[in-house]
Design a protein around this ligand. Sequence first.
Ligand code: HEM
Length: 477
Amino acid sequence: RNMRKNKKNLPPGPPRLPIIGNLHQLGSKPQRSMLELSGKYGPLMSLKFGNVPTVVASSPETVKDVLRTFDADCCSRPYLTYAARVSYNLNDLAFSPYSKYWREVRKMTVLELYTAKRVQSFRHIREEEVASLVEFVKESASLGNKVNLSNTLMKLSGSVICRVGFGINLKGSKLEDTYEEVIRETMEVLGSFAAADYLPIIGRIIDRVTGLHSKCEKVYKAMDAFFEHSIKQHMEDESLKDDIIALLLKMERGEAELGEYRLTRNHTKGILLNVLIAGIDTSGHTITWAMTHMITNPRVLKKAQAEVREVIKNKDNITEEDIEQLEYLKMVVKETVRINPLVPLLIPREASKDIKIAGYDVPKKTWIHVNIWGVHRNPNVWNDPEAFIPERFLDNEIDYKGLNFELLPFGSGRRMCPGMGMGMALAHLTLINLLYRFDWKLPEGMEIEDVDLEESYGLVSPKKVPLQLVPVLTQWS
Ligand code: HEM
């Protein structure tokens, strides 16, 4: 009788294979496979990856339970072998478990980087960097060259983040030539379903064979050299005293406080890792997706462009104040982050105690994946979810700020993305400039149907094939 009493009522899920459980069902795009499986097994589904019990939430209701009702019990992170390596043993913000240390770091970084006031104070950096992007596009347009927008926009977000977070220019830094590859590979490492996390002992051997282990070591070394270089610069240059590195160094020396913690160099580097990768790999790709959807939907491009040109008229200086008046552009951005949320499964969570969601037991230590990609593409939630229709946001209050559980590109609750304001300010400002100053066309011989809409998979899901477009000079260029 006792055994029956203790039997858990776990959420339904597909049958498992011995040892690997459901790992074979993930495929190359886990968010898509999970959506398909949840169509069969329900919006809260049990899977087992190796020996790790996992649940996947994929409806607004179950996602709300995880991120709001049980936020305090679901906001820890599981131990991820390779995230631990690149984050200096989880001394960072994004991968560290829910703890006093995490709360102190989150509080400090929010104050230093992410409050509305701080985001405003970095505005001149965004405006300068976007202006230099415009110059580059102008030059390409006057030569009739196509522009690799994926690449150029990554460079833009890289330059902004390096100046905001590191007080240095990406140009001339240790990462200038390699950062795109390093960041892409870091995200691949962080987003991989690593065998070491699911299969004790043999998993590490598998990761050595697949090359994941050596990829992780490679990116760790490249990042570490960049952090060392930036820290050295701060120690040598007195004028670099007002940014987050300067503050972290003060905390190392005991001249500033982080609660009860005396920071070591590894804490500093762990915290910097998040500033760098979370900031660069998200905003740039979001802008690329917006341009991709507009070029493949000429009606939307035309309408957004007409609005921008009407509002900006012949102003010399486009500023962030202009964003407020651009209602259609804001809908285009919302639709972009709906159809291509950059972090499709958020960052994995772990239940810190036994809880009950949607009538099912979720035992302590269960890993939780929140498939927001699945929610955003669910036909029970959105009409015609595969189509890019910004007008779906007309006359409703649905926004991406963590309150509407059908649209969560930044997550919600305690772990919600703290960089949303910074990322979105850059995305909007860049799009206004690209739309106002230039017309855009596909390269010679290419039709709309030829534009590849496939996403690649890692922790983030950028466009797989780089977007190349031809800018055309206009009277506003
Ligand atoms: C369009 C741009 C961006 C998108 C779509 C995005 C999305 C996300 C998402 C979905 C998460 C995970 C939330 C969760 O696990 O519940 C996250 C976490 C995070 N993001 Fe962003 N992000 C963006 C820009 C930025 C920027 C610009 C920064 C910093 C400069 C940033 C810093 C972070 C950090 C530090 C975390 C970890 C928070 C924690 O675990 O406490 N993000 N982001």
